[in-house]
Design a protein around this ligand. Structure first.
Ligand code: DLL
Length: 434
């Protein structure tokens, strides 16, 4: 369906893109000034009024916001529209103490789904496709976003959600799924399961749209080869709408940011200075068309590079590299955002000292997380059964906090190496950012 490949927008000249961005930014700044007390206060602190923002060149005058601001304003503080105009919330994955909630008007849902539709079209999707969505549905944006995009393209949409691999494969073969949308680790797992069952020749997949977590080029090639598909990356974050903030095209060399809706900047994470195109730094987004929950200069903590090099697909929107790391300590494990501080909170609440290490690995394409924590000296003389009970208590505390299973190992007091500088809390053996 051509409707979601809009060359007049996606292939517009740089001047045209800047003109749209300037016009929309000016309106958005006026909007948040009038409707969101936090923005007005922050602007006033810098001696700014909306009149100081005349074009996209003035964006850098505005203050940054980050996840802590979102948490401080939870739940309704950043709403720019009356609640009666909002029709949906979504939330960042699996964070109990650090919940971030985003709001959408019907207009916001439409533009989000349009962005996902563009991603599906860029992966070759048309109304003749059967789009198999096994991102999680619910508060997580993956399922609802790609589901909406798939409808807009006119694909037959299979709202599978995650899990139940047996059923996934059965529907895939019976209904002839042609586009697979899920996390790259689940895609790799599905690929192995399909090969194990010997049903590869019954699979009609041609493309996959994989994101929500870091994945390497090696992983891409592995999935492409095993499933006989082309695997496209898709990026996004709940705060800015969800998947589809940017997406890969046939060139597979970075993801086009939907610049008619989001302005991307790269900054030095330490100083906040805006860096020129091509330099590596923290990605910052401003949403210029959203109504309910517009974010101005939101620091994503994802480390990326932007490029305006000509793309063979014809799209002119700036491309972002795969995230190359994070400027905070957030981990994404099994698609769920995990902060070491959440784990520490559980340990402290159950009476342990802060001598622990988090070991993340990927075994058979599935993430594993283990928390090793030193027993308290009193526990050292406990029976094995008593120690196992304590481990179980930690496992359920962590499950309640993180929403995922983490293995727990109680180790001898003083057996975790002490560090003279920063403690090495996390050992991530997956090497995803390279
Ligand atoms: O992960 C939205 C999404 C759903 C994107 C489905 C793509 C597909 P959050 O749960 O808010 O939203 O997590 C956002 O995930 O800041 C990145 O660190 C990471 N992330 C998202 N996409 C990618 C990707 C969804 N393609 C956080 N590569 C972001 C690497 C990604 N990291």
């Amino acid at each position: 369906m051509e409707r979601y490949y809009q060359p007049e927008i996606e292939c517009a000249s740089q001047e045209q893109i800047r003109a749209w961005q300037s016009e929309r930014l000016v309106k958005q700044v006026q909007n948040v000034w009038e409707n969101v007390p936090m923005y007005r206060k922050r602007m006033e602190e810098k001696g700014l009024t909306p009149a100081d923002i005349q074009s996209v060149d003035d964006l850098r005058k505005l203050p940054f916001i980050d996840k802590d601001d979102l948490r401080d304003q939870y739940p309704y503080g950043l709403l720019a529209r009356p609640l009666k105009d909002c029709v949906r919330i979504q939330s960042t994955s699996g964070t109990t103490g650090r919940r971030v909630v985003a709001f959408y008007t019907q207009h916001d849902l439409d533009l989000w789904e349009d962005c996902c539709a563009r991603a599906i079209v860029a992966a070759g999707g048309t109304n003749e496709d059967v789009c198999h969505v096994c991102y999680g549905y619910g508060l997580f944006t993956g399922g609802p976003g790609l589901n909406g995009g798939s409808h807009k393209v006119g694909c037959l949409t299979l709202p599978m959600s995650s899990g139940n691999t047996e059923r996934q494969i059965q529907f895939m073969t019976d209904l002839g799924s042609t586009i697979l949308c899920c996390t790259p680790s689940y895609a790799a797992y599905l690929a192995e399961s399909i090969l194990e069952r010997g049903v590869r020749d019954q699979i009609k997949l041609k493309a996959g749209i994989f994101g929500a977590e870091a994945w390497t080029e090696e992983m891409r090639h592995d999935i492409e080869e095993k499933l006989g598909i082309k695997a496209y990356d898709i990026y996004g974050l709940t705060e800015i709408s969800g998947p589809g903030v940017s997406f890969e095209c046939s060139e597979q060399t970075g993801m086009h940011v939907n610049e008619d809706h989001f302005i991307a900047e790269i900054i030095n994470p330490k100083t906040g200075e805006v860096l020129p195109e091509g330099e590596k730094g923290e990605l910052v987004f401003t949403s210029i068309t959203k109504e309910a929950f517009p974010l101005i200069r939101y620091r994503t903590r994802d480390i990326c590079v932007l490029s305006r090099k000509k793309c063979s697909c014809g799209r002119t929107h700036v491309k972002m590299s795969k995230p190359l790391g994070r400027s905070d300590d957030m981990l994404i494990v099994k698609g769920v955002n995990v902060f070491p501080s959440q784990i520490e909170t559980v340990l402290m609440n159950q009476g342990y000292a802060a001598n622990y290490q988090i070991i993340v690995d990927r075994v058979n394409n599935s993430d594993t997380i283990e928390v090793q924590v030193e027993m308290t000296p009193e526990m050292f003389s406990d029976s094995l059964g008593a120690v196992a009970k304590k481990e179980k208590e930690l496992v359920s505390g962590l499950k309640a906090m993180l929403g995922i299973y983490a293995n727990v190992k109680l180790v001898n007091p003083k057996s975790i190496a002490r560090s003279e500088g920063k403690a090495v809390r996390v050992v991530d053996k997956r090497n995803l950012y390279k």
